[in-house]
Design a protein around this ligand. Structure first.
Ligand code: ADP
Ligand code: F6P
Length: 480
């Protein structure tokens, strides 16, 4: 039976060592959480990195890791500490990530890290090819593996290969500054179908292909080495029923409330409100901006003092990369300063958690909050915005969403703001906090309808269907 091989840098589970024994926890991030439900239902495998450097494992632990991973239908690509430093923290997260998110000043282009990026993409190719049978489909994900489609195509030209980018593709003017721009584009063109979250990212990619590689681009088709490659947008959805049903369960009378929920609800008396933000601790998510805008809001609308609280969950991420360390320090300082400025004996304006929380706690946060404040400076999609909406089982709640998140393209009923404008922030918070219940319900219901219809399963199904079709058309053209 033919299978689909999902390939991404990170597996849906992460292995770590605590007191000489292995701990397995779920991975955080849109790709892992989104694809997890697709993977668990299919008959395929998932190839990726376990989250632990191979050289830190003795043979016995290494076998144990393999076994744990195998149980979850996954196959690991062994990466050394040097690979992780140069390919993951280095090239992926200090060159590609900032460039693709328009943070030019954060980019660092190092030849040595580029070599590591090529080396690790080849390691991934080897593992994929070892697990590949005739007729299998390979679906490669994200910016850490941009060279992989071509590496597989060279060795296994008949394989059907799809590629999906989970982050923005920048405009040509940004992308052309990249030292290895031809190699990156050629690597991606090993795929038969390339998917992006939005039409804008798709357009930017096609424009770079046309202007840098000087290839024939006909609408959304590229003619390359006698192959027709298709490019399209597929906005990623969430596992809607998982979030919706979890919220229903948490609201049921028989459900025992967690301590977190009880503490959150203690604040929700006398018309007090909770405002929620959840992100990985990443400079693209606009965390310092949001805190400063919240300060501006409390200064501009003093009637909300002691009435609202911002609950901010920031999940540790890429903490070996200097810019992430700087962001953590800046966030700590800002939260401290603003809490110091406004706090009273009975009220702290910001509750700040810097940790990963279990899924059930995530649901507690979603269902207890009156407003979600999702304000990235730049974000490929942002699934947290969608998850918040899915958990609003009572129809109330307001989503404030940055125009710079891919999700804003399909979530018009949210209050869309420019995250660089404190005035916009403050005015939208005021609108959200005073929005009549019937208007909240109308907006939430429309959003829910769309999210339910186009959930992550549908998203994957449409992508794989389009991939199959592209391949059939190409094969027919070749036989003619
Ligand atoms: P990104 O992919 O950039 O991290 P997204 O908003 O698209 O951003 O995805 C974040 C994902 O991580 C969401 O699915 C969210 O539920 C999950 N997540 C966020 N915080 C936590 C947490 N503390 N524990 C577990 N999962 C989390
Ligand atoms: O959504 C973008 C992304 O980089 C995904 O590839 C990844 O799952 C997530 O963010 C988390 O990042 P990391 O794998 O570096 O922890």
């Amino acid at each position: 039976m033919n299978k689909t091989i999902i390939v991404s840098n990170r597996l849906p589970l992460q292995v770590s060592i605590h007191d000489n024994s292995l701990k397995v926890s779920p991975s955080v991030g849109g790709l892992a959480t989104g694809m997890k439900s697709v993977h668990s239902e299919g008959n395929g495998i998932w190839v990726g990195w376990s989250g632990i450097p191979e050289n830190e494992l003795n043979p016995e632990l290494s076998r144990e890791v393999q076994n744990k991973i195998k149980k979850e239908k996954c196959v690991s690509v062994p990466l050394t500490s040097q690979d992780i430093e140069e390919y993951y923290e280095g090239f992926s997260n200090r060159a590609l990530w900032p460039l693709f998110h328009y943070f030019m000043e954060y980019t660092n282009f190092e030849q040595k890290e580029w070599e590591a990026y090529k080396r690790v993409n080849e390691k991934f190719a080897e593992v994929v090819i070892d697990n590949l049978n005739d007729g299998d489909t390979v679906w490669v994900h994200d910016y850490q593996l941009l060279l992989l489609p071509q590496l597989i195509k060279e060795k296994k030209p008949n394989t059907t290969i799809g590629f999906f980018l989970h982050i923005p593709f920048p405009s040509y003017e940004i992308f052309r500054t990249f030292p290895w721009r031809e190699e990156i584009l050629t690597g991606m063109l090993g795929a038969d179908l390339l998917g992006f979250h939005t039409y804008d990212y798709e357009r930017h990619f096609l424009s770079s292909v046309k202007r840098i590689l000087r290839l024939d681009v006909n609408f959304n088709e590229i003619n390359f080495h006698d192959r027709i490659i298709k490019v399209d947008s597929f906005p990623m959805g969430i596992d809607y029923s998982k979030f919706h049903n979890a919220a229903l369960k948490h609201h049921s009378d028989s459900y025992e409330k967690s301590e977190l929920r009880t503490r959150l609800e203690e604040h929700l008396v006398d018309d007090k409100k909770l405002i929620l933000s959840i992100d990985r601790m990443d400079y693209t998510k606009g965390i310092p901006n949001r805190i400063k805008a919240f300060e501006y809001f409390l200064d501009t609308y003093p009637q909300y003092k002691e009435k609202v609280r911002l609950v901010m969950l920031a999940v540790p991420s890429r903490s070996n990369v200097p810019q992430y360390q700087k962001l953590k320090r800046e966030t700590d300082e800002l939260v401290g300063r603003i809490n110091g400025k406004f706090a009273t004996v009975s009220w702290t304006p910001i509750w700040y958690f810097y940790r990963s929380l279990p899924f059930e706690n995530l649901i507690d946060l979603y269902i207890s909050s009156d407003v979600a404040l999702i304000t990235p400076i730049r974000d490929g999609m942002n699934l947290v915005a969608k998850e918040y909406v899915a958990t609003r089982t009572h129809g109330n709640g307001v989503l404030i969403l940055s125009e710079m998140a891919g999700a804003s393209k399909e979530m018009n009923e949210a209050l869309l703001i420019n995250p660089n404008s404190y005035e916009d922030f403050a005015a939208s918070l005021n609108t959200a906090l005073t929005m009549p219940l019937n208007e909240q319900e109308t907006r939430i219901k429309l959003l829910q309808k769309r999210l339910k219809r186009y959930d992550v399963e549908k998203w994957a199904e449409e992508f794989l269907k389009a991939l199959k079709k592209t391949k059939e058309v190409t094969s027919n053209n070749i036989t003619k």
